[in-house]
Design a binder for this molecule. Structure first.
Ligand SMILES: Nc1ncnc2c1ncn2[C@@H]1O[C@H](COP(=O)(O)OP(=O)(O)OP(=O)(O)O)[C@@H](O)[C@H]1O
Ligand SMILES: [Mg+2]
Length: 353
């Protein structure tokens, strides 16, 4: 059951407009601020959390928010609301009209996301993350997943914003566990073994995993993604390079992803800034168009249907049906449209099992 209801007024300031989606530990609503217009409100499901606890958890997100970076979701305020189920903490943030990166990827239907579009989005995410990593001490996101990357649209095209900075680490051990259930595919081996040690190279791994998925519609290391955290942490199956899944991925992009997804942190990019530098250098040279064809690969073992470990991200990847590349002029089917709550929830990882 939803924590808030449509039309409900909170603290004489916010009117609830609709449910945007549910995550592992919270519900997110679109609200109308009495003076400031549309915002998003994240309400924690755990009853009895104080506003102070949430403000503490938001420390790093607030700090980054003050930098006003175009690729980081701005956070406004935190407080509590009295719902039927008790007192719940919430915070408000900028509302992103578009949806998550999962929805963005799936909006291309049977086609792959065009490579220049995927690179553009990943550069934006890397820019936001690089700013956080450059702080002293570095701010670690800790839960970079397609669900925590929101994609809106402005005049220049898609604009990606990173949400939930540092939140997974701060909220509670229980939350961390619940959250990691859906995000094993994006967690570095060392993070899986020591989930409480947030690290900059861990964020780099996640960035690499998101990029791999965006380009190929497959998870890197699919066997890890389908397993439990400990098995996944020790799985050393070699990475299938992205250009073996999608021919059009050139050597530079291939090398960037392979380096981001190195098991060994000494080989991996030390932070998002170095990965961004390589992304900014793309394209090294244009690809001949005939290369933009998917390779015919035998379908891999699908993940067990009942694990639920990475939720609908798995179910929606279309692993068995190879997609044809689209010309650069292709547009996502839902460009500029705001997906309804059902669509967003369906694309969310926590409804799949
Ligand atoms: N600022 C925002 N603007 C618009 N929609 C948002 C915003 N923040 C979140 N959402 C929507 O709400 C959904 C739920 O977000 P939430 O952060 O609670 O869960 P999640 O990111 O899917 O998983 P996790 O619990 O691991 O963070 C998102 O998937 C997204 O669709
Ligand atoms: Mg989130």
């Amino acid at each position: 059951m939803a924590l808030l209801s449509v039309g409900q007024v909170i603290r004489d300031t916010y009117t609830v407009e609709r449910l945007l989606g549910r995550g592992a530990f919270a519900e997110v609503y679109r609200v109308e601020h009495r003076y400031l217009g549309r915002q998003a409100m994240k309400v924690f499901r755990q009853e009895g959390m104080s506003a102070e606890q949430v403000r503490d958890a938001l420390g790093e997100a607030m700090l980054l928010s003050r930098l006003g970076h175009p690729n980081i979701v701005r956070v406004f305020e935190a407080n509590t609301v009295e719902a039927d189920s008790g007192v719940h903490a919430y915070f408000t943030m900028e509302y992103v009209n578009g949806g998550t990166l999962t929805g963005f990827r799936l909006s291309f239907g049977e086609a792959f996301v065009p490579i220049p579009v995927a690179v553009d989005v990943m550069r934006q995410v890397a820019r936001g993350l690089a700013v956080a990593h450059r702080e002293s001490p570095p701010i670690v996101h800790r839960d970079i997943t397609p669900q925590n990357i929101l994609v809106g649209y402005d005049r220049d095209g898609p604009r990606a914003r990173i949400s939930d900075f540092g939140l997974a680490r701060k909220v509670s051990a229980l939350t961390l566990l619940a959250s990691s259930q859906g995000t094993i595919a994006f967690m570095a081996p060392e993070t899986l073994l020591h989930p409480h040690l947030a690290s900059v190279p861990g964020d780099v791994w996640a960035l690499g995993a998101v990029f791999y998925l965006l380009l190929t519609d497959e998870f890197p290391y699919p066997r890890r993604a389908a397993g439990d955290p400990i098995t996944a942490a020790w799985d050393t199956t070699a990475l299938v390079p992205p250009n073996q899944v999608r021919y059009a991925v050139d050597d530079l992009l291939n090398a960037i992803i392979v380096r981001a997804l190195s098991f060994d942190t000494a080989t991996r990019y030390p932070s998002a800034a170095e990965m961004l530098a390589d992304l900014e250098a793309w394209p090294a040279r244009p690809n001949p168009p005939h290369q933009d064809r998917p390779r015919h690969v035998p379908p891999q073992d699908p993940p067990p249907a009942d694990t639920g470990s990475t939720g609908t991200e798995h179910a929606d990847t279309g692993r068995d049906s190879r997609r044809a590349d689209t010309p650069r002029t292709d547009r996502p089917r839902q460009r500029g449209r705001e997906p309804g709550p059902a669509g967003e929830i369906a694309a969310g990882k926590n409804t799949g099992g």
